[in-house]
Design a protein around this ligand. Structure first.
Ligand SMILES: Nc1ncnc2c1ncn2[C@@H]1O[C@H](COP(=O)(O)OP(=O)(O)OP(=O)(O)O)[C@@H](O)[C@H]1O
Length: 262
């Protein structure tokens, strides 16, 4: 019988990670371990203040862990990660005095690995694919919340690295705009070939988008719990009404209750 062999490569491995801010004796978290495989979409859910953004800053190489290891493609030094992971922080951080195109050119300006014209053409191609071509010369204050997030996502994408860390990218959007962004991301993501680690507080968003979800416990209950989202892809909003989706949502809520996160 023919058996498909699926190649699974772990690109990011976090092992027994601890972190305490220098100003505090209490660690933000202790003993965090997770593995992220090539091409996965993995969400992290946890109560406010449990250290999700801190974890991302450590993964991106912006903070040094107090203990444990972050291994990206076999390399454990923070220097090997800095600039090699695409990191989108909570706020869009678009520069209001630069056009959409010029905002998206910022990563190129830092690296200058190609000629400017090549970088501009690549960004124009992505603006087109993201439904943003008309906005190339617009300034961030002229954009809606959803448009700003698309531009920030595009800029993150061109900042390099196959691993994208997205810190609550849709957290500030209203429900309808968020729904549009989900549809947009579901259509787009499959073709991008990226691995995504995604922070959210929205349970349905996590289930809709993810292959796996990590529940992050804070303080006295350190560690991560994993929930595998065994739902077929491609996915659309209709999956919300699927009995499998509803069962997973119940399971997620049950676990969050048990961990006192809900
Ligand atoms: N620079 C800092 N110095 C000291 N403590 C900090 C600093 N930044 C964050 N903290 C504290 O570390 C803890 C974790 O913060 P972090 O922003 O990582 O949490 P989070 O889970 O991302 O929260 P949220 O879901 O609200 O965004 C919080 O208690 C926060 O107050």
């Amino acid at each position: 019988m023919y058996k498909e062999v699926i190649k699974v490569t772990t690109i990011l491995s976090i092992q027994q990670l601890n972190y305490a801010f220098p100003s505090s004796r209490t660690p933000v978290f202790t003993g965090l371990s997770m593995d992220i495989r090539e091409g996965e979409f993995v969400s992290v859910i946890g109560s406010s203040g449990c250290g999700k953004s801190t974890l991302f800053k450590i993964i991106a190489g912006l903070l040094k862990p107090s203990g444990g290891q972050v291994i990206l493609r076999g390399q454990s030094s923070a220097a090997s990660r800095l600039g090699h992971i695409a990191y989108m922080p909570q706020q869009d951080l678009l520069l209001p005095w630069r056009t959409v195109l010029d905002n998206c050119l910022l990563p190129w300006e830092l690296r200058r690995e190609t000629g400017k014209e090549e970088a501009v053409q690549r960004i124009r191609g992505l603006l087109n694919r993201f439904g943003l071509s008309e906005l190339e010369m617009a300034y961030p204050p002229e954009l809606s919340g959803g448009m700003k997030q698309r531009v920030a996502f595009l800029r993150t994408l061109v900042s390099g690295g196959n691993l994208m860390l997205l810190d609550e990218p849709f957290g500030a959007l209203d429900a309808l705009t968020k729904r549009g962004m989900h549809r947009w991301l579901l259509e787009l993501w499959g073709g991008l070939g990226k691995t995504v680690l995604f922070i959210t507080h929205d349970l349905e968003e996590a289930l809709l988008l993810s292959d796996r979800i990590y529940l992050m416990n804070g303080g006295s209950q350190p560690g991560l719990q994993e929930l595998v989202v065994k739902l077929p892809r491609p996915r659309s909003y209709r999956i919300n009404y699927d009995p499998q989706f509803i069962a997973l949502r119940e399971e997620l809520e049950r676990r969050l209750h048990e961990s006192h996160l809900l």
